[in-house]
Ligand binder design. Structure first.
Ligand code: FAD
Length: 545
C-alpha cells in the first residue's frame, strides 16, 4: 500500500491520481442529478507549468548547513522545494490545479537524527531563517505553508530521515519512535513485536508520528485506542533555546503537564524528534459490522449511550441521512435502491448508517465486548446489515483521498471540516454548520451536498465531521470554498471547538482567540518567546507573530 505513495507528491494523493479510484458511470449520473454537476473534466496541470520563485538563501547559511548535514541533505532544486510547498487541503490542491501562487521554501533540510535537527535549528536561528517542520505534509489547515514571517529566508525541515524505532519496552508497553516515521512503517515495525499503535486516521498512508503529535490527531479507532495525544508518554524536541525532553512517568503531579505544550504545538514551539508512545498487543480477532438506525437524533442518542455506558466499539461511526444516502449511491444505484426498499418496508424513514468495529485479543473478549455494545443498543430500533457492510467500510477506509482526486478531476468542490462539542449542543452545532455551508456553496438551482458523521465519541460529547460536494465555481474556485469555510468557522465559534483533530495552522487562526481567550493567547505567545525568542519556528501558524 505504502509503495504507491511518493513522499514529495503534492498535487494528488497517489501518482495514479484519479485512476486509483475512478468514479463509476452510475456515481457520475447520480452526482449530475443530485447537485447539478455538468459533464466536465478538469485534470491537474503538470508541475512544470507552476510558477516557482528562485531560492534566495544566503551562501554563508547554506555552507554551514551543508557542513552540518552534508551537501546532499540541503536541497535547493525546484522539484524538492515544490515537493514541500503546502499541504493537502482542497485549496492546496486547487492552487496547483489553477497554477496559483504557492508558498515555496528556499531550501529543504534533511537531517537524520535529533542532534542534527538541533544543530540545524541553531544555524537557522543565527541566520534569521524561518523553519517549517515537515512530516507527511498532509496538513489541511495550511500548517506546512512555507511562510517567511519577515525572516531572511524559509526552509522546510523535512523529518523523513528520522524513521527509526529507537526502543521498545514490552513490559511497560512503550515504543520510542522517531518523528519522521510514517504510520504504515510504525505499524509494521510494531507488528513484528506483536504490538499495534491503533492510530488509523484517513491520512494513515502519508502522515508521520511527529505530525500526529504536533496536531493532536485522532484516528478512526479513537473510541477504542484513544486520540494520538492519549498514546503519548513522552516527547523529545529540538528548540532554538535547546533540547527539551518531556515525560518520565505514567502519571505525575510535578506541576502542569508540559507535554501538552509540545503536543498540538504545530511546529511553532519546537521540532519533535522522538515520541514515546503507549502500544497495545496487536488484535487477534476483529469484527466490523453495520446497523441502520432511524434518524440523526436517534443515532446520536444511541452513540451517547454507548459512550456513557463505556461500551463503545473501537470504531463507532454514525453517518447522518445525507452521508448514508451518498455512501449507498456511490456503492451502486441498484444496491442503494434495493436497500432503501428494505429499510422502508421495515419502517426506517431516515436511514443513518452506524458502523461498529471491535479489535480484541481473543474470541471470548470479542464476544464479551460486542455483546456489551449491542446490549446497550437493545432499546434502539436498528436494522442489522451484517458484516459485509462493516468489513467493506474497513477495507475502503483509506480510499477517501483517492476518490477526492477523481472528484477534483470532474469539477467537484470537495472538502471536509470538523469540530466537536458537548452532547447537549451537538444537534444545534450540526444545523448551524450545515446551514452556513449550504447557503455559501449554493450556485445553481440544486443545493450542494453537505454530509456529516460522528466518528469520535466521548462521555461528554462528540466530534462532527462534514464533507461537502458542490459543482465547482470554475472562475473562482478558491474564493467559493473560502467563503463557505469562513461561514462555517463563524458558525462553529462559540458553539464548539474550531478543530477537533485537524489543528489550527493558518486557516483556523482567526477563530482561535474566541476559544482560548486573551489570556490563553498571551500564554501561548509567552511560551513561544521562551523556546523561540526570535520567532523562526513555523511563522504564521497557531500563534500570532
Ligand atoms: C485526506 C486527508 C485525510 C485526513 N484524515 C485525518 C484523520 O482522519 N485524522 C486526523 O487527525 N487528521 C487527518 N488529516 C489531517 C492530517 O493528516 C493530520 O493533521 C496529520 O496529523 C498530519 O501529519 P503529517 O505528518 O502529515 O504532518 P504535516 O502535515 O507535515 O504537518 C502538520 C503540522 O505539524 C507540524 N509538524 C509536522 N511534523 C512535526 C514535527 N516532527 N515536529 C513539530 N512539528 C511538526 C507542521 O509544521 C504542521 O504545522 C487528514 C488529511 C488529509 C489530507
Amino acid at each position: 500500500m505504502n509503495g504507491q505513495i511518493e513522499h514529495t507528491l503534492r498535487g494528488s494523493w497517489t501518482s495514479s491520481g484519479a485512476a486509483a479510484a475512478p468514479l463509476s458511470p452510475s456515481s457520475l449520473r447520480w452526482l449530475r442529478q443530485r447537485i447539478g454537476l455538468v459533464e466536465t473534466t478538469t485534470p491537474a496541470v503538470p508541475s512544470s507549468l507552476l510558477e516557482v520563485p528562485g531560492s534566495s538563501f544566503a551562501d554563508t547559511a547554506r555552507a554551514e548547513l551543508e557542513a552540518l548535514l552534508g551537501e546532499a541533505h540541503v536541497l535547493v532544486d525546484t522539484a524538492s522545494r515544490l515537493g514541500r510547498s503546502g499541504g493537502m487541503s482542497y485549496s492546496d490542491l486547487m492552487r496547483r490545479r489553477e497554477g496559483a501562487e504557492l508558498a515555496v521554501p528556499d531550501a529543504v533540510l534533511l537531517p537524520s537524527d535529533p542532534e542534527l535537527v538541533q544543530g540545524a535549528l541553531e544555524i537557522c536561528a543565527r541566520h534569521d531563517i524561518a523553519v517549517v517542520p515537515f512530516g507527511g505534509g498532509t496538513s489541511v489547515v495550511g500548517g506546512v505553508d512555507a511562510l517567511r514571517g519577515g525572516k531572511s529566508a524559509v526552509v522546510a525541515l523535512d523529518l523523513v530521515r528520522l524513521d527509526r524505532l529507537v526502543s521498545l519496552d514490552p513490559d511497560s508497553r512503550i515504543a520510542v519512535l522517531q518523528a519522521g516515521m510514517r504510520a504504515p512503517e510504525a505499524e509494521s515495525l510494531l507488528a513484528a513485536h506483536g504490538f499495534t499503535l491503533g492510530h488509523f486516521p484517513q491520512s494513515f498512508e502519508r502522515a508521520t508520528i511527529g505530525g500526529f503529535a504536533a496536531t493532536r490527531s485522532a484516528g478512526q479507532a479513537s473510541s477504542g485506542y484513544g486520540r494520538f495525544e492519549d498514546m503519548i508518554e513522552g516527547v523529545r524536541l529540538a528548540t532554538p533555546a535547546g533540547e527539551w525532553r518531556l515525560g518520565t512517568a505514567p502519571a505525575s503531579a510535578a506541576g502542569p503537564d508540559l507535554r501538552h505544550l509540545a503536543i498540538g504545538s504545530e511546529g511553532s514551539l519546537g521540532v519533535i524528534t522522538e515520541v514515546a508512545v503507549r502500544v497495545r498487543p496487536a488484535p487477534r480477532r476483529t469484527r466490523y459490522e453495520a446497523v441502520v438506525v432511524d434518524g440523526w437524533q436517534v443515532g446520536t442518542d444511541a452513540v451517547r449511550a454507548l459512550a456513557q455506558d463505556r461500551v463503545l466499539a473501537d470504531v463507532t461511526r454514525l453517518s447522518d441521512p445525507t452521508e448514508t444516502e451518498v455512501q449507498l449511491a456511490m456503492a451502486g444505484q441498484l444496491k442503494a435502491r434495493a436497500l432503501a426498499n428494505v429499510l422502508r418496508a421495515k419502517g426506517i424513514r431516515n436511514p443513518c448508517l452506524l458502523v461498529l468495529g471491535w479489535d480484541a485479543g481473543s474470541r471470548a473478549e470479542l464476544k464479551h465486548r460486542r455483546s456489551a455494545t449491542l446490549r446497550a443498543l437493545r432499546d434502539v430500533r436498528t436494522v442489522r446489515l451484517g458484516r459485509a457492510v462493516g468489513e467493506s467500510w474497513k477495507s475502503h477506509r483509506f480510499s477517501g483521498p483517492r476518490q477526492r482526486d477523481a472528484l477534483l478531476d470532474r469539477g467537484v468542490c470537495v472538502e471536509t471540516l470538523e469540530t466537536a462539542t458537548h452532547w447537549s449542543g451537538l444537534s444545534e452545532l450540526r444545523s448551524a454548520v450545515r446551514t452556513a455551508l449550504v447557503r455559501n456553496l449554493q450556485s445553481g438551482s440544486k443545493p450542494p451536498i453537505v454530509m456529516c458523521h460522528v466518528s469520535h465519541a466521548y462521555e461528554t460529547g462528540a466530534s462532527l465531521y462534514f464533507t461537502v460536494l458542490a459543482p465547482r465555481d470554475s472562475e473562482q474556485a478558491l474564493a467559493q470554498w473560502k467563503r463557505a469555510k469562513e461561514a462555517a468557522c463563524d458558525a462553529i465559534a462559540g458553539r464548539g471547538t474550531i478543530s477537533h483533530h485537524h489543528a489550527v495552522g493558518v486557516d483556523h487562526r482567526p477563530w482561535l482567540g474566541v476559544e482560548i481567550g486573551d489570556v490563553g493567547t498571551s500564554v501561548l505567545a509567552a511560551a513561544k518567546r521562551a523556546v523561540d525568542p526570535t520567532g523562526i519556528l513555523n511563522p504564521g501558524k497557531l500563534i500570532r507573530d
